[in-house]
Design a protein around this ligand. Structure first.
Ligand code: HSE
Length: 302
C-alpha cells in the first residue's frame, strides 16, 4: 500500500497592490501524509493548527481535492488514511486552504505516478480555490505572479532578494475568504485600477532588486484593503503604527486577518503591532518568517 508525505509552505497573497495575482511562499509548513488502506472511506487525523475545526470526513478539503484529481484517472479507489500536521494558522490569511489544496493535489498525483504536470496541477488548484495567488506560491515557492489568459494561466516565478524581515501578526479570529470577498465591489474606478497597476509593477521590481525603499512606497493598494478594513478592527491604526515604528511597508496578508510588515533586519515591531490588536480587545501572536524558496515537495521516507 502506497504512503506519500508532502510538505507544503504557507503563503501570503496580494502583498498590497497584487490582488489575486501575486503570492509569496513563506517558511512555515504543513505536512500531508496520504496512505492507502483496505477499509473504504477516510480516516483523518489532524494535529496542530485548526485541529478543532477541520472536518474528519469526506467533506475535508484535502480529501475532496485528492478525489478531484483521482477522478481524472483510472485509479481503482481504495480507502485512505490522511495524517495532517499543521503549522499554518487556519483561515488567517496565510494560505491554509491553498496549502491543503496543493498538498492534496501533489500527494494524489504522486500516488498515481505523476501523470499531471505542475502546470496542470496549478490549473486544478485554481479551479478548486477560485483564485491563483496563494496556490501558485504554495506549489512553486518563491514569489509568483499569475494571470488568466483566455482559458489558460500564465505565470512567472522569481526568488526575492535577501535582507527583508517579515513579521506576521496573527489575531486570534478567523475570516473565511468567502466572507472577505463578499465585501469587495464588483466594479472599481479606473483611477484605482491604474493606481494598483503602477504600484504592483514597482513592487515586483523592488522585490527582485532588493530596493526596500521602493518596496515600502509600492505596498499601497486601493482594490481590496480599503473595503476589508471593517473586518479587521484597528487595521488602519496598525498600518500607521508599523510605518512609524520603522517598517518599510505593511499589508493585509491575503484576505486577512493576519497583517504582515516588511522591515529592515534589526527592526523588531511584532509586539508593538500585537499591542494594537490588544487595544481592540483582540489577542494576537507574532511569527518571524522568511520567503520559502521551495514550494510543495514530496518528503522521502528515511
Ligand atoms: N487574493 C485573495 C483575496 C487571497 O484577497 O481574496 C485570499 O486567500
Amino acid at each position: 500500500m502506497a504512503k506519500i508525505t508532502v510538505k507544503v509552505p504557507a503563503s501570503t497573497a496580494n502583498l498590497g497592490p497584487g490582488f489575486d495575482v501575486l503570492g509569496m511562499a513563506l517558511n512555515l509548513y504543513n505536512t500531508v501524509t496520504l496512505e492507502e488502506c483496505d477499509q473504504k472511506g477516510w480516516m483523518i487525523d489532524v494535529k496542530g493548527e485548526g485541529d478543532n475545526l477541520i472536518p474528519r470526513d469526506s467533506s475535508n478539503l484535502i480529501a475532496r481535492t485528492i478525489l478531484y484529481l483521482l477522478d481524472k484517472t483510472d485509479y481503482q479507489m481504495k480507502g485512505f488514511k490522511l495524517c495532517l500536521d499543521n503549522k499554518i494558522p487556519f483561515q488567517s490569511g496565510l494560505g491554509s486552504s491553498a496549502g491543503a489544496i496543493v498538498g492534496g493535489l501533489v500527494a494524489a498525483n504522486a500516488l498515481v505516478g505523476q501523470p499531471f504536470s505542475p502546470d496542470e496541477l496549478l490549473q486544478m488548484a485554481v479551479e478548486i480555490e477560485g483564485h491563483p495567488d496563494n496556490v501558485a506560491a504554495a506549489l512553486f515557492g518563491g514569489v509568483v505572479i499569475v494571470a488568466q489568459n483566455d482559458n489558460s494561466l500564465i505565470y512567472s516565478r522569481f526568488v526575492p532578494q535577501r535582507g527583508l524581515k517579515i513579521t506576521a501578526v496573527i489575531p486570534d479570529f478567523c475570516i473565511s475568504t468567502q466572507q472577505a470577498r463578499s465585501v469587495l465591489p464588483k466594479k472599481v474606478p479606473l483611477s484605482d485600477a491604474v493606481y494598483n497597476m503602477g504600484h504592483l509593477a514597482l513592487l515586483i521590481t523592488a522585490l527582485r532588486d532588493g530596493d526596500w525603499e521602493l518596496l515600502g512606497a509600492a505596498l499601497h493598494d486601493r482594490l481590496h484593503q480599503p473595503y476589508r478594513c471593517p473586518l479587521v478592527p484597528g487595521l488602519v491604526d496598525i498600518m500607521n503604527v508599523a510605518r512609524e515604528a520603522g517598517a518599510y511597508g505593511v499589508f493585509l496578508s491575503g484576505a486577512g486577518p493576519t497583517v504582515i510588515a516588511f522591515t529592515p533586519p534589526r527592526c523588531d515591531i511584532g509586539e508593538v503591532l500585537a499591542d494594537c490588536f490588544q487595544s481592540q480587545g483582540i489577542t494576537a501572536r507574532v511569527l518571524q518568517l522568511e520567503p520559502s524558496i521551495t514550494g510543495a515537495s514530496i518528503v522521502l521516507e528515511e
